[in-house]
Design a protein around this ligand. Structure first.
Ligand code: NAD
Length: 467
């Protein structure tokens, strides 16, 4: 139990689950007017309390204000506005043209219906965005919902918990707080969909629990996302863009660059360009920089520092310092790492350590990437379209961003999600709406014109009919 966050008692978890199921059955959340009103209230919740969110995010991980704005506040607000502007269009029945001649006179439509009661399990690294953005999708699609906030970022969870009933309908939407025990308790109940953001390990637990009720899941997971630097790329630009993709939120981002593949003759030049970037951004002592976040807990410091200390290859080109009490790990570059290093190249790093692996030719680099499970994103840096195309044609990943980092996730007109070990399903904007919607096919026939369809009744004719 955290000192700032009160966990939800077990019996009230059960009450909340039953309540949101019952309220869904009343049809309250099906009304578009109601959905829009709640989306506006969700927007207000974030906007009216923006300063308090900055404070909470700073307490949880020293998140710099600019990063909190771009990574948490702005996407949450923008998603509410998107649904407010587009809900009528998204919710409209879709007319379908029949393919069978015997259905030519019928009305075929796809109705956009809510799934029912959904469970959203949020994550701590972007505790506003990764809770409220899927939640906005669930509201827009007309569901009732239970939102489980991450206990790992307790200040932000406590703030959302305090504000929630002041802004939102507390019969339709409930918050549950807690850790493993509370999540385990929640997962025993039947939901109509579960949306989980977190590690592949816990993703498997969620999926197993969902399978007991044949509940559908969206899993937003992680993995080892590579960046391939091609020989033609300008290293000073690459260093900025990969630095952005690695040190934003101290590397605690699912789409962080996990490792870099660099042509073997460019290793030293890359390390030097990267050192220049980091020094320009955070000064000689990044610990003193107000622009550099902290690890979310000492446990997370221990895990990442352990990877650095127990690594089986590579030399620290710069960084490596840490301060457990302050949850600080310096931006760190490890050069000449071996792909077979089980420690640095085993699990996702999820912290500010960047291993760099040399490669001899592009086929070699692609081969390395393909030895890992498909990552959430693949980054490539080259001005040559043919080389980028070769990488696209010969690899798999949830998404791709060429010549930049992170920005594909911020562009909500693109679906965001993984593949296989990095996730199942996707969301953002229209894709969120689909994720939380059941497309219900409706065929409405007329009761006349029986003679036209009589061909399908016994006794059958052997003559080929024109169905
Ligand atoms: P995690 O999966 O370990 O999740 C932690 C949450 O799961 C906690 O709330 C915890 O209480 C709960 N939990 C832990 N063990 C459990 C169990 N046995 N049963 C039920 N609940 C349990 O997440 P993490 O490792 O702290 O987060 C980092 C991971 O999340 C990384 O892999 C990262 O890539 C991924 N991530 C993905 C996205 C995305 O959008 N795809 C976003 C953020 C993070």
């Amino acid at each position: 139990m955290s000192s700032v966050l009160t966990y939800t008692p077990y019996d009230s978890i059960e009450d909340s689950v039953h309540l949101v199921h019952r309220v869904f059955e009343t049809g309250k959340t099906r009304s578009l007017k109601f959905r829009k009103q709640q989306l506006q209230r969700l927007y207000d919740l974030v906007k009216d309390n923006e300063e308090r969110f900055y404070e909470a995010l700073a307490k949880d991980m020293n998140k710099p204000r600019t990063e909190a704005l771009s990574g948490d506040i702005a996407p949450s607000l923008e998603e509410c506005l998107y649904f407010l502007d587009n809900l009528d269009k998204l919710a409209k029945d879709e007319k379908v043209k029949p393919r069978l001649n015997m259905n030519a006179m019928d009305d075929l439509v796809i109705r956009k219906e809510p799934l029912g009661t959904v469970l959203i399990l949020g994550c701590w690294n972007y505790p506003v965005q990764l809770s409220l953005v899927p939640f906005a999708g669930a509201i827009a699609a007309g569901n009732t919902a239970i939102l489980k906030l991450s206990e790992v970022s307790p200040n932000t969870a406590a703030l959302i918990t305090e504000l929630f009933p002041k802004y939102l309908d507390s019969h339709c939407y409930r918050i549950v707080n807690g850790a493993v025990e509370e999540t385990t308790a929640l997962l025993k109940y039947k939901f109509d969909h579960i949306f989980y953001t977190g590690s592949p390990q816990v993703g498997k637990i969620v999926m197993k629990a969902a399978a007991e009720h044949l509940t559908g899941v969206t899993l937003e997971l992680g993995g080892k996302s590579p960046a391939i630097v091609l020989p033609d790329a300008d290293l000073s630009v690459v260093a900025n863009r990969i630095g952005f993709g690695k040190f934003y939120n101290c590397g605690q981002i699912c789409i962080a660059v996990d490792y870099v593949l660099v042509p073997e003759d460019k290793m030293d030049a890359f390390a030097e360009a990267f050192r220049k970037t980091v020094t320009k951004w955070f000064g000689e002592d990044p610990k003193k920089s107000p622009h550099y976040a902290r690890m979310v807990s000492q446990r997370h410091v221990d895990r990442v520092v352990g990877m650095l200390q127990n690594r089986q290859s590579g030399a620290i080109a710069f960084g490596g310092e840490f301060d457990r009490d302050e949850r600080y790990i310096a931006p760190t570059l490890v050069t000449d790492v071996k792909f077979k290093d089980q420690v640095l190249m085993g699990d996702e790093i999820f912290g500010p350590i960047l291993p760099v692996i040399p490669y001899s030719n592009l086929d070699d680099a692609i081969h390395m990437v393909n030895q890992n499970l498909p990552p959430l994103v693949l980054y490539a840096f080259t001005g040559k379209k043919k080389l980028a195309q070769k990488i696209l044609d010969n690899t798999q990943s949830g998404g791709v961003c060429i010549n930049d980092c992170l920005m594909h996730q911020a562009e909500y007109s693109l679906p965001f999600g993984g593949i296989g070990n990095s996730g199942i399903g996707n969301y953002h904007g229209e894709r969120s709406y689909r994720t939380f919607t059941h497309e219900r096919s409706v065929m409405a026939k007329k009761l006349n014109m029986e003679s036209l369809i009589a061909v399908r009744y016994p006794p059958y004719s052997d003559k080929r009919n024109n169905m």
